[in-house]
Write a protein that binds this ligand. Structure first.
Ligand code: ADP
Ligand code: MG
Length: 338
């Protein structure tokens, strides 16, 4: 048994001219982990994936796969496979031949590779559709063909670059569940890139939050969401209310930077502000089914979002224009580093 990480990045750096796309990234990913890289567009996520896959050469730093330094190796000498957002299926080939393609280039005979392709199609619940062309499938089905094609060669690591980005919301949620099941049943390491915080929180064992080519926080979904290390993470992951400077002193009652999640706050009309509360006026209410988002301009001079359960507060959507007190408990105030 090896105890080496599936992936180890050591001070990995990639510059394009003056752009530092990846800036000194250190990271260990454990075998079998569902690991996500989350960050806004341009934060360097795709470049990290391309470096791991071998499509780009790092400016400096090293990449190890299961203890083997692959930094100088060609893509086909690395035990990884990639699923891209646009799937990149061959339109003239049927689904089975698309899935079997990687086996064919490895010299596997037709009978065996067709059997393996059909088995891979079964794992993504596309059994029986092998004879169709990609154009005869829905978006979600094409996405699953791309997954089958990437997993049929049994890579130890699968890199997925925003693979659900082209799907509509409903299909995306459905595919998220399937991705997780596929990853569990195959037991391979997934490196999943997304700019969608909810997707990362739902799927991952751990998340690295990227900003400007660097990892700004690394942790479990719960750690990232409930204890963001700085205001960038607090704001990017779940639109927290962040308080700094004079407003922090007025609202939270002490100096520093703090965040409070919208769903950890409540609004009360006809109450007086005391500890762990602040007065303000409701500028907008947005009904979103099970919840209402209440936007409040605090008298201290900051706008906050409060998410109120419609079960507990059925009149929340009628608060617009009213004076209210926003409340929270002291334990929901997260101290940020900056
Ligand atoms: P993400 O996937 O997080 O959106 P990328 O890794 O694609 O980010 O890009 C990170 C930064 O590197 C961006 O500023 C992007 O413009 C730049 N970049 C990426 N690839 C190239 C390239 N081939 N040439 C020049 N700049 C690039
Ligand atoms: Mg990208």
């Amino acid at each position: 048994m090896t105890t080496a990480p599936a992936i180890r990045l050591s001070t990995l750096t990639k510059s394009f001219g003056s752009v530092h796309a990846v800036d000194g990234v250190n990271l260990d990913v454990a075998p079998g982990e569902f690991f996500s890289m989350l960050g806004p567009s341009g934060s360097g996520k795709t470049t990290v994936l391309r470096l791991i896959a071998g499509f780009e050469k790092p400016t400096s730093g090293t990449i190890e796969l299961f203890g083997d330094d692959v930094t100088a190796k060609a893509p086909f000498d690395r035990d990884v496979n990639t699923v891209f957002q646009d799937y990149a299926l061959f339109p003239h080939m049927n689904v089975r031949d698309n899935v079997a393609y990687g086996l064919r280039v490895r010299g596997m005979g037709k009978k065996e590779r067709n059997e393996r392709a059909d088995a891979a199609l079964e794992t993504v619940r596309l059994a029986g559709l092998g004879d169709r062309k990609p154009s005869q499938l829905s978006g979600g089905q094409r996405q699953r063909v791309a997954l089958a094609r990437a997993t049929v060669v049994q890579p130890k690591v699968l890199l997925l670059d925003e693979p659900l980005g082209a799907l509509d919301l409903k299909l995306r949620e459905q595919m998220q569940v399937e991705l997780k099941e596929i990853q569990r049943s195959l037991g391979i390491t997934f490196i999943f890139v997304t700019h969608d915080q909810e997707e990362a929180l739902t799927l991952s064992d751990r998340i690295a939050v990227f900003s400007e080519g660097r990892i700004v926080q690394l942790g479990t979904p719960r750690e990232i969401y409930e204890a963001p290390s700085n205001s960038f993470v607090a704001d990017f992951v779940g639109t927290a209310n962040v308080f700094t400077g004079d407003i922090a002193r007025a609202v939270v009652g002490k100096a520093g930077a703090f965040s409070i999640r919208p769903e950890r706050m409540d609004v009360k009309s006809g109450a007086k502000a005391g500890a762990n509360s602040a007065s303000g006026s409701v500028v907008e209410t947005i009904y979103v089914g099970s919840n209402t988002r209440v936007v409040v301009d605090l008298d201290a001079g900051q706008r906050v979002n409060v998410i109120v359960s419609n079960d507990e507060n059925p009149n929340a959507d009628k608060l617009r224009g009213q004076k209210v007190v926003v409340t929270w408990s002291a334990t929901d105030v997260v101290t940020l580093s900056a």
